[in-house]
Design a protein around this ligand. Structure first.
Ligand SMILES: C[S@@+](CC[C@H](N)C(=O)[O-])C[C@H]1O[C@@H](n2cnc3c(N)ncnc32)[C@H](O)[C@@H]1O
Length: 367
């Protein structure tokens, strides 16, 4: 057994350390499917979003497009390919990534490790925040405690109480769930604390009326800070985060920490062999960004956002099949791609956080 680590540190090392999953492997697309990889319809909608931002900014001589957590630059490549010549002459594309620049990246795309300052344009963050490391807490009979993890095996043990910053965040953003759920790690904790009662009855007695014992929470303030910093780099324009997430009134009882490898969901063992990810507390992130931007934001489902930007999951009319068979097949393919991106039980359930900076919300949000 290796020494147990806080989940934040274990994630940091597993994803971004010397042999980290994101910096040494084949890249995210080899292991899981994001909206960017699912279909060019996603980039087409973002191209429309970019046009709105451009118009709201009065068509500046240089329009920045900064993709934070850019993977291998897939989204920026697609935006570059779709840009009309007039726009292509003005856009300045920047990928912000912790992994190395791909050798085949077009020279028009800059590649850097940190977010540039003074952005005038669009800052994108698609499935970035879920990979910003977090600590994980479990609700014990003694209150919240951090979970520690063995990086080699993923085995968890109950660790010290959370810091005051953690506790403030948990109190405000992730109240304990009301249903006791004594998981294995809690039973071990209670046994180690030396209760002479039967473990389950002890947990239930202590947990009753105090919020459920055993519920887990991913402590999201590190994501709030990351987003606030990103929004702070925008001088004028729109910061857009797209991610799977949840809101305060419906936090998942047992958290969402999980792993992905080779297209499959796997246990989150932080040994560098798989992605380790947790859904994002998007309302908390939104609130942190709003404090920096001092502009109202919009938070809606991807389904709603993409439909407003013209993604239509409806089938083309059958009459088109006889008039223009090839056109019908193209329209059918586009419709099924849009249907995948807007499926409320899948990618369509992701959340779009649109944070304007120095421009009116209505000018940059399609309705
Ligand atoms: C899940 S992938 C998403 C890739 C792409 N945006 C997409 O939607 O397909 C997350 C990416 O964020 C990158 N990343 C995480 N934290 C970062 C940071 N602080 N700065 C730059 N890149 C980061 C990772 O290296 C990884 O490539």
């Amino acid at each position: 057994m290796t020494s147990p680590l806080r989940w934040h540190d274990a994630m940091e090392r597993a994803l971004y350390g010397p042999d980290g999953f994101f910096v040494s492997g084949a890249g995210p697309a080899a292991h899981f499917r994001t909206s960017v990889h699912a279909s060019p319809v996603f980039a087409a909608c973002l191209a429309r979003q970019l046009e709105m931002v451009d118009a709201a900014l009065g068509h500046p001589a240089r329009l920045d497009v900064v993709d934070v957590g850019a993977g291998r630059g897939e989204l920026l490549r697609a935006l570059l390919a779709q840009a009309a010549p007039e726009l292509a002459a003005r856009i300045h594309l920047v990928a912000v990534e912790r992994s190395a620049r791909p050798p085949d990246l077009p020279p028009e795309i800059d590649w850097r490790a940190d977010i540039p300052d003074g952005i005038t344009g669009l800052l994108l963050a698609t499935e970035w925040l879920d990979n910003v490391p977090v600590d994980v807490a479990v609700h014990t009979p003694a209150g919240w405690r951090l979970l520690l993890v063995d990086p080699a095996t993923g085995q968890e043990t109950v660790g010290p109480p959370p810091s005051p910053t953690d506790t403030t965040w948990l109190t405000h953003w992730w109240p304990p769930n009301p249903t006791p759920a004594p998981t294995k790690v809690i039973k071990e904790f209670v046994a180690a604390e030396g209760s002479d009662q039967d473990t389950n009855s002890f947990i239930n007695a202590v947990g009753e009326g105090k919020g459920g014992v055993g519920g887990r929470a991913e402590i999201g303030w590190s994501r709030d800070l990351a987003w606030a910093e990103a929004v702070g780099r925008v001088a004028r324009g729109l910061a857009l985060a797209v991610d799977y997430g949840h809101l305060r009134e419906s936090r998942p009882v047992d958290g969402t920490l999980t792993g992905y490898r080779g297209g499959r969901q796997v246990p989150p063992v932080p040994d560098g062999s798989c992605d380790v990810t947790a859904h994002v507390a998007m309302d908390s992130v939104a609130s942190a960004g709003e404090r920096v931007a001092r502009c109202a934001y919009s938070l809606v489902s991807q389904r709603e956002a993409l439909r407003a930007l013209g993604a239509d999951g409806g089938r083309p009319p059958l009459s088109l099949a006889s008039r223009d068979p090839a056109g019908y097949l193209r329209a059918l393919a586009t419709a099924s791609a849009a249907a995948e991106l807007t499926d409320p039980a899948g990618l369509g359930g992701h959340l779009w956080l649109r944070q304007p900076v120095g421009v009116a919300l209505d000018a940059v949000v399609a309705r």
